[in-house]
Each structure stands twice: as structure tokens, then as C-alpha cells.
Design a protein around this ligand. Structure first.
Ligand code: BGC
Length: 765
């Protein structure tokens, strides 16, 4: 039995802001705009004085213009689609551009869709030239884009696996490298601002943006997100830099329905324990911008919430950069959430809540509304100054004033051998071997293989949404050089006859093959267009798998999908199953390499894959889920075909010698843990060791276990390596109470690593 709550930490005093430059406020009082302006001034006096003098010269229209982000396609000479990044303008209506810039002095342009590097550089230059000619005070525009898995909007760029796969590598190097190569390839093109990483937690398995997250675990997402931000922001190509955007703050990924952009009910404990830490870490790593969530929490749309956008994000988590709305979200306050009567009231609410820039990509109404709100005295001009200073600071920090135009040398850092290697290695380490009955895999040298399934010969199936177009579903936009799984199998298995079968001939070809490879899953989608009514794999794909199984040949199932589609007992009946997620442009090669054995899989699940449709739980579920009557209900017990953290290798790893430096520690002590891992198999391989902690008894019912640390190492056959973990009670053993205050309780904690367990006691001083 726990004694009592023994150790309170002022939630945001110690734990949440430790390491930040400086804290906003020690007391819960609301700060004035002037206090915020003073607080946010950096130590760079030259830059700050420049911003101050610029601001003094700016009219209200210019200031409000800085707070606007307009879609590039708004200036398209042709009919452009009004979706986020649908069609790209072929030619620009420069007269319109000139007119809008002259009138509204806009500060930012949203871009999307695919172009070659030459085209991107040309378009960025045209926009910036028109802007510089018409900007009263010579303020450059900042371009924003969604290169969310490598440079997915650059025709010759390097497309990495989606974040869900990067999570499955359990190797943060790839998060860093994805950020690094994105900056190397995109920054010199004038792409200043990247709307990544996504820091939501993949809790809702039907959520169509699940693949954009690093998976279901907060710690994994915290580490990966922060490393991505560092990789992106610390990579400079000469003077060219890129800003990250931690999105979507906050609670976006856990809508009650699982459908995109719908309401979430989130209690304070959950908010601070599971949802804010990834944002906090990315902010500490210097994330220059944040995007607000389109959803509503407990009935309040986030875009209208001072509590979330200012109190939590700035005063508690220490964010000082630019907060942008999501696409059109300011007007969703009146058109979708119905919390305001019209656009002007939406503007009022969002600005007073803390928004700095609006992505209101198809209208200039924001300018008129905000100017009249200031003139009517409802919004003080200092509030506008606060946002404009943040935006100007961002432009200074990125060097855009010095260097508004794209580089001349952008080709030098695009699609380099190093970038391709990083994306290839990431793909190879991101694919999970879930099942391998009788060591069917690797396949060795078969005579004949049959391959079939919706994604067998599909490039887009490997990449998913946000690839070369918003929905990612235009196969013609994918590079000629990219290999589908089928193409890659042909290259990989030189001496094997590979047949790409159609449905009608499956029985025949299966009959003459050594094995059938079914590459199935989902077709690409993005955002709300990916909302679904059924979690099952589509019925025609299920029928295909059934047919393959009925031939009695070994069946290998490869799942290419952005979320876990239910396959039920087909998992039991197929001989080998691979969860490939969305591994990117080198995914075909990686899958073929795993099937042949050239690549030894080392990924582990970054989500918990349900067995049946009723099994919608995460690995860190509550205590009650499998206790009581549930423990006697066989329908529940086999709930997953791949729990978070599970994944096989072609070699075997044996864990031993779990040691703890002590069995009792106090709140100020550290506990040193180590474990030995031996590669007992015949091949070299990588093993990610996942350290979980379980709080045995708490004042609140605690999760059954929680990942607190992970590390991946390479081991030769026979090699033994030591993995270690230092427990810091404040970081690893505390949790928030229902008001969000961090607390530590004495009592026993379990350590779980591999198949080993131990326990220790935390003692109050
Ligand atoms: C998405 C954002 C994205 C924005 C700009 C929105 O629809 O929710 O994640 O950054 O579009 O493309």
C-alpha cells in the first residue's frame, strides 16, 4: 500500500520547464502583453533593436499582414483546387500577387504539391521578388510547406518513411537524419518553414493521421520529435535554415470518434502525462514554431482556447515562438465548431487565445476584420505587436532578411548519396517482422514466387498520403527510378522466377510456386478523406488471402498501411507476417531485402496492432483491462498480433544479468540499471532494448507499464553487450495528479526489460 503523496513538485516550476531559457512566470497570474513582450526579448540586441525599429515604422495594415499566411494557389493563373495542397499553380497571376501584397502586405505563403527543384527555386524567387518590390518596409515573406517525411514535395528529393515507421526503428538517429536531409534539400530552395514533426500520440487506431505520428508511446514520440527538430533546425546550408513546427497542439490525435478533426475529451492528468511531454521536449530542443490543433477539447475548440494556447503552451511549457493556426481553422470556429457567429468573432477569439499567424489561405478577410477589431478598441494594438515581433524574430533567426531568395547552389545538397543511404537504412530498420512460422523467412533461393495484392506493384502504397500530393495517390508523380515491391523482388531474387499474379490466376501460380507473397493494406489517404467506417482490411483483399491460404502453399503477408487494419485469424493462418507501415521510396527494396535475408529486421512495433475489432487498446493500458472478469474472458486475452515493442529478428537475443545499483532509493538518488544482451544466433543484428517501469501501487490507478528508456545496439553473432538506464525519480517516477501537479509517491516500482523483471523501492525522505 502506498503511504501517501509525499512529494509534490510544482508542476511547471521544476519538471516542465527545467532547461528552458527562462520561465514565463512563477505565479499563476495572467501576464500582460507588455510583460510578454519584455519577457520574449532575446539576448541578441542587434536583432531585437532591428525588430523594434522596424515595428515602429510599420502601419497597422503591415503588422496585420505579417500575421497572414496565404496559399500560393490563391495566386494561380489557372483554376486551382482549394484543398490544402491539391493542385499546384503552373503559372502565377503576378498582377493579382502584386495587388494583394501591395494592399495587404502579407507575411507568409503556404506551398504544397510537387515541383522539381528548379521550379521551386523559380517560383520562390518570383514570389519573393514581387513581395520585396511591394513590401513597404522590405520585409521578406516566409514560405511554409509540409515536407513531413523527407522532402515529399520535391520531385527529385529524398522521401523517408513516415513517422510511424521512424518510431518503429527505435533508432532516433533516423529522426535526426530525416530532419537533417529535409533541411539540406529544402532550405536552399527557399522553403523556410516545415510543418513537422507531428507530436500526437497514436491512441485512436482508426485515426487517418496515425501514420504521421511516431506511434502510441509518449516517450518514443518525445525522443524522436526532439531529435527531428534538432536535425532540421541545426542543419544550415550556408545561410539557409529551416524552422520546425511542432504540431498539432494539443490533443488532436485522440478524438473520441477517431475521425479526423473531431472533439476529444481529455482530462488534465492525461494531458500532462501523455500529450504535452513531446511538445515540451521539442520546445526545449528549440522548435521555433507550433501549429494549433483543429480539434476541440472538452467542448472548447483549441483555436479559441487561451488556456491551451497561452497558459499551457507558453506559460507552462515555455514556448516563445510563432503559433500558427491549422488550415482555415480560424474560420472553422464559426463554420465547423459553431462557437462564434461569424468570421470576425472567430478572429477575435483566436487572436485573444494566442494565435500569431493565421493560415487562412483563401481570403484576405482576416486583415479587414483584425484591423477593425483594433480600431474598435476590442483588441489592443500591443497584442498585435506581440505576434508581429515573434514573426519578425522568426524571419531574422532564419536569416530571411539577409537572404530572401533561394540559393543558386541548391542542386548540391539534393538527393546525395548520403541522403539516399539515410532513407534506405531508415526503411530497412522500420519494417517489423511480426510472425515467422518454422523460420519460413528468409526465403533463400526459391525457384518461383508469386506476388499479388493491392500494394504489390504500387509505388504510392509504399509512401501513403503527403507524398508528391496531399493525398499521395497519383502514381504518375512518383519517380521512375522508384521500385515497387514486385520490381524489388525481381532484382533481389536473381535466380527466382517472380510472377505478379492477377486474382484470376492466383490458384494456378500459387500451385507452381514455393510461396505466395501478398502485399496488401491500404491505398493512400490524408486527413479527413481517410476517415473509415470499418477497421477491417477491405473484403476483396481478405478474399485474396483466403484463396492463397487454401492453396496450402506458404503464405507471406506484407502489410503496407498507415494504421492497423484488422486481419483477425488470418494472422494465425498465414505463415509469415510483416508490418511494413509506410516505409517510403526505398520501402520496396527494404521489403525484398528482408524477404531474401539481405536485411536482418530490427524494427519493433510503434503501435499495438489489434487482433480483432474489439481490441482497441494500447500497451500501456490501465490495470482493470485484463483483471477481474476480463481475465477469465478468452475473447479478450489474445488482444494483439503485435504489441507495441514487439518484433522479430533472424537472429536471437538473450537477456541476462539485470542489475540495479540499489533496491531502495530516495527521491534525490539515481538508480543505475544494466542488462546484458547476447546475440545467440548465427547472424549479426541490431537489438533495441526497451526499458519499462510499472508503478505497483499508486494513489491513482497507474498504467500496467510505461516505456521510459530505449537504446539500440549492433551485435555480432556471439557478442554480448551491456545496455544501461539511469533512473532519475523526478523524470521517471513522478506523474501528474488530476490538476496537473507532478507528484512522486513512495512504494515499489517494477522494472521490465525483455523477459526480465526486478523491483525497487522509492522511499520518501
Ligand atoms: C493539416 C496540417 C498541415 C496544413 C498545411 C492542414 O490541413 O492539418 O497538418 O500542416 O494543412 O498543409
Amino acid at each position: 500500500m502506498k503511504l501517501s503523496i509525499v512529494y509534490y513538485i510544482l508542476a511547471f516550476g521544476i519538471v516542465f520547464t527545467a532547461g528552458c531559457k527562462k520561465r514565463y512566470s512563477d505565479d499563476p497570474r495572467e501576464l500582460s502583453v507588455f510583460e510578454r513582450i519584455a519577457h520574449e526579448r532575446t539576448d541578441d540586441d542587434v536583432m531585437e533593436d532591428f525588430i523594434d525599429s522596424l515595428l515602429l515604422r510599420m502601419t497597422l495594415t503591415e503588422k496585420v499582414g505579417q500575421m497572414m499566411q496565404i496559399n500560393e494557389s490563391f495566386f494561380s493563373a489557372e483554376e486551382a483546387s482549394t484543398d490544402a495542397t491539391g493542385t499546384q499553380s503552373q503559372s502565377i497571376d503576378t498582377a493579382k500577387l502584386e495587388e494583394i501584397i501591395r494592399t495587404y502586405q502579407i507575411g507568409s505563403i503556404l506551398q504544397g504539391g510537387t515541383r522539381s527543384a528548379d521550379e521551386w527555386a523559380r517560383v520562390s524567387r518570383i514570389f519573393q521578388e514581387v513581395n520585396m518590390k511591394n513590401s513597404i518596409n522590405g520585409i521578406p515573406v516566409i514560405f511554409g510547406i509540409d515536407h513531413i517525411h523527407g522532402t515529399n514535395y520535391l520531385a527529385e528529393g529524398t522521401v523517408f518513411p513516415h513517422q510511424l515507421n521512424i518510431g518503429a526503428t527505435f533508432n532516433p538517429v533516423f529522426a535526426y537524419e530525416m530532419g537533417k536531409y529535409t533541411a539540406l534539400e529544402a532550405a536552399p530552395l527557399g522553403h523556410h518553414w516545415n510543418f513537422a514533426p507531428v507530436l500526437g500520440i497514436a491512441e485512436k487506431k482508426n485515426w487517418p493521421r496515425l501514420y504521421e505520428t511516431f506511434g502510441e508511446d509518449t516517450h518514443l514520440s518525445t525522443i524522436m520529435g526532439a531529435d527531428y527538430v534538432t536535425g532540421l533546425q541545426e542543419t544550415h546550408v550556408g545561410d539557409y535554415k529551416m524552422a520546425a513546427c511542432a504540431k498539432h497542439f494539443v490533443g488532436y490525435s485522440v478524438p473520441n470518434s477517431g475521425w479526423d478533426r473531431t472533439e476529444a475529451d481529455i482530462n488534465t492528468q492525461k494531458l500532462y502525462e501523455f500529450l504535452t511531454p513531446p511538445f515540451e521536449a521539442s520546445i526545449k530542443s528549440g522548435a521555433l514554431t507550433v501549429m494549433a490543433s483543429s480539434g476541440a477539447i472538452n467542448g472548447i475548440p483549441v483555436h479559441a482556447s487561451f488556456h491551451y494556447l497561452t497558459t499551457v503552451l507558453r506559460d507552462q511549457l515555455g514556448f516563445e515562438g510563432v503559433l500558427i493556426t491549422d488550415y482555415q481553422d480560424i474560420y472553422k470556429l464559426n463554420a465547423l465548431h459553431f462557437v462564434t457567429e461569424n468570421e470576425k468573432e472567430s478572429t477575435y477569439k483566436a487572436i485573444m487565445a494566442g494565435v500569431d499567424m493565421v493560415m487562412a489561405p483563401w481570403s484576405t478577410q482576416f486583415s479587414d476584420d483584425l484591423i477593425s477589431l483594433v480600431k474598435e478598441g476590442r483588441i489592443p494594438e500591443e497584442r498585435i505587436d506581440l505576434s508581429v515581433k515573434r514573426i519578425l524574430r522568426l524571419k531574422c533567426q532564419l536569416g530571411i532578411f539577409k537572404n530572401p531568395y533561394p540559393s543558386e547552389n541548391y542542386h548540391e545538397t539534393i538527393n546525395t548519396e548520403e541522403a539516399r543511404k539515410a532513407a534506405r537504412d531508415a526503411a530497412a530498420e522500420s519494417i517489423v517482422l511480426m510472425k515467422n512460422e518454422n523460420r519460413l523467412l528468409p526465403l533463400g533461393n526459391p525457384n518461383r514466387l508469386t506476388v499479388i495484392g493491392t500494394n504489390a506493384d504500387s509505388k504510392m502504397g509504399l509512401c501513403g498520403g503527403w507524398t508528391y500530393s496531399w493525398q499521395g495517390d497519383d502514381e504518375n508523380l512518383y519517380p521512375d527510378s522508384m521500385l515497387t515491391v514486385y520490381d524489388a523482388l525481381e532484382l533481389e531474387f536473381e535466380n527466382t522466377r517472380i510472377t505478379l499474379s492477377d486474382r484470376a490466376h492466383l490458384r494456378y501460380y500459387a500451385g507452381i510456386s514455393d510461396a505466395v507473397i501478398i502485399v496488401t493494406g491500404e491505398k493512400p489517404y490524408a486527413e479527413g478523406l481517410g476517415n473509415i467506417d470499418n477497421m477491417s482490411l477491405p473484403s476483396d483483399e481478405i478474399a485474396l488471402i483466403e484463396t492463397a491460404i487454401s492453396t496450402k502453399k506458404p503464405v507471406i503477408l506484407v502489410l503496407l498501411e498507415g494504421r492497423p487494419r484488422i486481419i483477425g485469424d488470418l494472422f494465425d493462418r498465414c505463415h509469415a507476417v510483416i508490418f511494413a507501415g509506410l516505409p517510403g521510396i526505398y520501402g520496396g527494396e527494404a521489403i525484398a531485402g528482408i524477404l531474401s535475408g539481405r536485411i536482418n529486421p530490427s524494427a519493433k512495433m510503434s503501435i499495438t496492432y489489434p487482433y480483432q475489432s474489439g481490441h482497441m487498446i494500447s500497451y500501456n493500458h490501465g490495470q482493470t483491462v485484463f483483471n477481474g472478469l476480463n481475465a477469465q474472458n478468452p475473447e479478450l486475452l489474445k488482444y494483439t498480433i503485435g504489441e507495441f515493442g514487439s518484433g522479430m529478428s533472424y537472429t536471437q537475443f538473450e537477456y541476462s544479468d539485470l542489475t540495479l545499483s540499489d533496491s531502495v532509493i530516495s527521491v534525490n538518488d539515481q538508480l543505475e540499471l544494466s542488462v546484458k544482451v547476447k546475440n545467440t544466433g548465427r547472424r549479426e543484428g541490431k537489438e533495441a532494448v526497451l526499458w519499462y517501469i510499472a508503478d505497483e501501487v499508486g494513489s491513482y490507478s497507474r498504467p500496467v507499464k510505461q516505456l521510459k528508456h530505449f537504446e539500440k545496439q549492433f551485435l555480432l553473432p556471439g557478442e554480448i553487450k551491456e545496455y544501461s538506464f539511469t533512473i532519475n525519480p523526478e523524470d521517471h517516477l513522478s506523474y501528474p495528479d488530476e490538476r496537473g501537479k507532478m507528484m512522486m509517491e513512495d512504494g515499489y516500482f517494477k522494472i521490465i526489460v525483455g523477459n526480465l523483471e526486478s523491483r525497487f523501492k522509492l522511499q520518501a525522505d
